[in-house]
Design a protein around this ligand. Structure first.
Ligand SMILES: *Cc1c(COP(=O)(O)O)cnc(C)c1O
Length: 383
């Protein structure tokens, strides 16, 4: 039986046009962009063209775009790089983040607090995982080194009011970072309109290759490199550039961003159909995340009294690849921090299910899923 993939928030397949753009840079044009000779110049031209294409879409200068190895590295560079630079420059020692960040942000911020003495404070969120700009304004301080709020949440799909949050930070002169790794496939990213100083991207979430990402850094933002060595990436990220992957990321980003967004027509309607059916046919089911301010491909639920991991296994056996929010560590399931932060009690939060659609998803696949899910949830409840 063909397996049906409903986990596009975990990763996406590489678009054929992306793969085609990458191939010449493995063998034909293999030079090191830092080399002086023609081989190097050709590779460097490919990297700089990729940078210009992405910068044009982001509405920034190409020298404000740093290539990294993944979305996680971009988050690490943003948080560590700015925290250390701001402390050195202004003595700023306070870090403000939302409690619904991806681990690449939250674990990094926690380490900055534990090992480096930063004071870490979490912003409040409402039951949908949204940060209120007034709450940010009340908590931001003179000694705040940086603020980080996720753009579109990977677990619950909620889209934060990034432009309004950014405006608060701008007025107070505090660098503002947003993790847009999940947003890039679905939302137009204009760093001027969004009022961000730093923005993280990861190619494999928008039909590009795994192992490459980017960080936008507004000119003038205090930042030091975290990976030190050579002077690549304007001295902010040492290491020989991954030329084919960078070329692929630029191609994928253009496909995703060019026509307002890369979503196929009807994706949001298919998502709404899925959400409506699940809530109608399954008792004790709730949608997680915002009902309307959510990613066009993203449906996420909790089912009371269900073991989310058991449900995922049953779904996999039945031919459906989905995801859950609860990580099962050493056999003892723990509800995710995100679901806890939005106030879900444990007996609900443990039964989470994330269903994310993508470019290849068909209405028939969603129908097949909806036909099987009620019975599997009911079985997972008894288990
Ligand atoms: C996937 C993801 C990341 C990590 O990106 P990688 O490229 O896999 O390291 C960070 N933040 C969010 C919101 C994500 O969805």
């Amino acid at each position: 039986m063909e397996k049906i993939y409903l986990d596009y928030a975990a990763t996406t397949p590489v678009d054929e046009r992306v793969l085609e753009a990458m191939l010449p840079f493995f063998g034909q044009t293999f030079g090191n962009p830092s080399s002086v000779h023609t081989f190097g110049q050709r590779a460097e031209a490919a990297v700089e063209t990729a940078r210009e294409r992405m910068a044009a879409l982001l509405n920034c200068q190409s020298k404000e775009l740093i290539f990294t190895s993944c979305g996680s590295e971009s988050d690490n560079l943003a948080l560590r790089g700015v925290a250390f630079a701001r402390r050195e420059k202004n003595g700023a020692n306070h870090i403000l983040i939302s409690p619904v960040e991806h681990h690449a942000v939250s674990v990094t911020a926690e380490q900055l607090a534990r090992l480096h003495g930063f004071e870490l404070e979490f912003l409040p969120v409402d039951e949908h995982g949204m940060v209120d700009p007034d709450d940010l304004a009340a908590r931001i301080r003179e000694d705040t080194a940086l603020v980080s709020v996720i753009f579109a949440n990977n677990e619950i799909g909620t889209i934060n009011a990034i432009a309004a949050l950014g405006a608060v930070c701008q007025a107070r002169g505090v660098p503002f970072h947003s993790d847009a790794v999940q947003a890039a496939a679905h939302l137009r990213l204009d760093v001027q309109a969004l009022n961000v100083d730093l923005l993280s991207l990861g190619a494999h979430k928008f039909y590009g290759p795994k192992g490459v990402g980017a960080l936008y850094v507004r000119s003038g933002t205090p930042i030091v490199p975290i990976q030190t060595g050579g002077g690549q990436e304007f001295g902010l990220r040492a290491g020989t550039s991954n030329v084919p992957y960078i070329v692929g990321m630029a191609q994928a980003f253009e496909l995703a961003q060019r026509d307002s967004n890369g979503d196929p027509a009807g994706l949001a309607a298919l998502r709404d159909h899925l959400i409506g059916c699940v809530l109608e046919t399954i008792p004790d089911a709730r949608l997680t995340g915002h009902p309307s301010r959510r990613l066009s491909n993203h449906a996420s639920f909790v089912f009371k009294g269900v073991d989310g991991n058991a449900l995922l296994t049953m779904l996999d056996v039945a031919g459906f690849a989905c995801s859950s929010g609860s990580a099962c560590k050493t056999g003892l399931p723990e509800p995710s921090e995100v679901l806890t932060a939005i106030g879900l009690p444990r007996e609900w939060a443990l039964g989470s299910l994330r269903v994310t659609l993508g470019r290849q998803t068909t209405a028939g696949e969603v129908e097949a899923f909806l036909n099987r899910l009620p019975e599997l949830v009911s079985r997972a409840r008894k288990a």
